[in-house]
Design a protein around this ligand. Structure first.
Ligand SMILES: C[S@@+](CC[C@H](N)C(=O)[O-])C[C@H]1O[C@@H](n2cnc3c(N)ncnc32)[C@H](O)[C@@H]1O
Length: 176
């Protein structure tokens, strides 16, 4: 059984996720590029659903003033993140603890300029996602940036997929 909401155990997550989602690292690379371009002096950046801490590890060397605030509901994921980020100064990485943006998580010391929620808000129902997004909106500094990505299921009827694929076409749904 997994120790978090993903099908992969926290200790295996980094090795396995690329098999499930090719180019997974691009979520993080693009996020960091965006922030470096628009807010290179970001000083407070909560990463909710931080998983194993990969985003923070990649961003920290590139953003000289940043302090990451990390949260995740899975203790096993947080443990991986702590190990991965142990080499960075404690002033640059703080752990808010096991929580989500749906409920108040640890103390956010000052208004963040950036909040990220990469591939983590799709686990709950719509109402939870709405609450999490609202919390992020109210926490952010004016003109701050909220970066998020989620898995979505397309609302496409099977019939319309088949008519696009053709009767003899592939027996699977296609995104149209
Ligand atoms: C697919 S992983 C993504 C981890 C990380 N953001 C990354 O990009 O590598 C999903 C993470 O979301 C966390 N999670 C699950 N439900 C969550 C929620 N409601 N809010 C925030 N994080 C959540 C899981 O514990 C897991 O660490």
């Amino acid at each position: 059984m997994s120790d978090n909401d993903t099908p992969h155990k926290a200790a295996d997550y980094d090795g396995e996720i690329h098999k499930t989602i090719p180019f997974y690292h691009l979520f993080h690379a693009e996020t960091i590029d965006l922030v470096r371009t628009l807010l290179p002096d970001v000083s407070v950046w909560p990463d909710t659903g931080c998983g194993t801490g990969y985003l923070a590890e990649q961003a920290l060397p590139l953003l000289p003033r940043v302090c990451f605030l990390l949260a995740d509901p899975s203790l096993a994921m947080l443990e991986q993140a702590r190990g991965r980020l142990a080499r960075f100064p404690s002033a640059d990485v703080r752990f808010l603890g096991a929580g989500t943006m749906e409920e108040p998580i640890g103390v956010v010391p000052e208004a963040p300029q950036v909040i990220s929620a990469i591939q983590c808000h799709h686990y709950g129902p719509e109402e939870s996602r709405r609450r999490a997004t609202t919390t992020c909106y109210h926490l952010l500094e004016p003109d701050g940036i909220y970066v998020t990505s989620e898995n979505i299921r397309l609302h496409v009827h099977r019939q319309s997929c088949e008519s696009v694929a053709g009767r003899e076409g592939p027996q699977r749904h296609r995104a149209i």
